[in-house]
Design a binder for this molecule. Structure first.
Ligand code: SAH
Length: 250
């Protein structure tokens, strides 16, 4: 995969995965962070162009470390932060989510929307735990089955694309096994996929194809369209689940 192409496409969007400002705020409410005394230290892992990092910076008395693998996304985030007068609260870090530079037990919260699948949910929640203070918050959205059984076509698609695809009860169980106490769970509704993510994505496709007149770009857009088509057909069976948990104070 040509990452330049992928990054250039997604850099045109305000968010690189399903979600919404309202649902980030709902997760914040469930986390209890709004009533914790600051200044808090919060990392947003796989922040992209900053959909959630900007809200965290606005709502919390906190220093936000916005982490992503791609500088282009971080540059967009910095520009938006500047426009909203939030630059002082956000530090961008260009590194991989499996090689974080934080000290042990140093963070009040780790936030990660639509990104933990890059290292896998189970490995991710286990790895992130060491950076959280006891009582620290983990808030992650993760692709999740909404039912115990699914039509064969969508089951095969997700099993191939993400072998860790599972129901919320399984994911919650993994959180408990890794030493977290669940504070809340909700699945993202359809509007978070369609209005917030797929519609803006579809609006960018023709201009993108016009700029990159290559077979590779066409193939990439074809894959995105296939993903959208699967969602349209099978949305009752899967969504992102938002998991809000607290590291148990042991
Ligand atoms: N949180 C954002 C972006 C989600 S898309 C949003 O909700 O809009 C997933 C993000 O993870 C992308 O920005 C991608 O660049 C980033 N990413 C992928 N692999 C990564 C890795 N190994 N380390 C850090 N970030 C990674």
């Amino acid at each position: 995969m040509n990452f330049d192409l992928l990054v250039d496409f997604f850099n045109r969007l305000e968010r690189q995965g399903p979600g919404s400002a309202g649902h980030t705020k709902l997760a914040l409410d469930l986390s209890g962070l709004l009533t914790r005394n600051g200044p808090l230290k919060v990392a947003d892992i796989g922040c992209g162009t900053g959909a959630s990092a900007l809200i965290l910076a606005k709502e919390l008395e906190a220093e936000i470390f916005a982490v992503d693998l791609f500088d282009k996304f971080l540059t967009s985030l910095k520009n938006t932060a500047e426009k909203h007068d939030l630059s002082e609260k956000i530090e961008t870090l260009s590194c991989s989510m499996d090689a974080l530079p934080f000290a042990q037990s140093s963070l009040d919260a780790i936030w990660s929307e639509g990104a933990i699948y890059n290292m896998g949910f189970e490995k991710g929640i286990s790895y992130f735990s060491q950076f959280l203070k006891p009582g620290g918050i983990l808030a992650v959205s993760e692709i999740t089955w909404l039912t115990n059984h699914q039509p064969e076509e969508i089951k095969q698609y997700w099993t191939k694309n993400y072998p860790e695809m599972a129901t919320a009860s399984r994911k919650i169980n993994q959180l408990e096994e890794q030493g977290y106490r669940l504070k809340g769970y909700f699945p993202l509704p359809k509007q978070c996929w369609v209005n917030q993510y797929y519609d803006p994505m579809q609006n960018q496709m023709s201009e993108f194809l016009h700029i990159y007149q290559t077979e590779e770009a066409e193939e990439f857009i074809k894959e995105q369209r296939k993903e959208i088509e699967f969602y349209r057909k099978f949305h009752p069976y899967y969504s992102y689940g938002f998991y809000i948990a607290e590291k148990v104070d042991e």
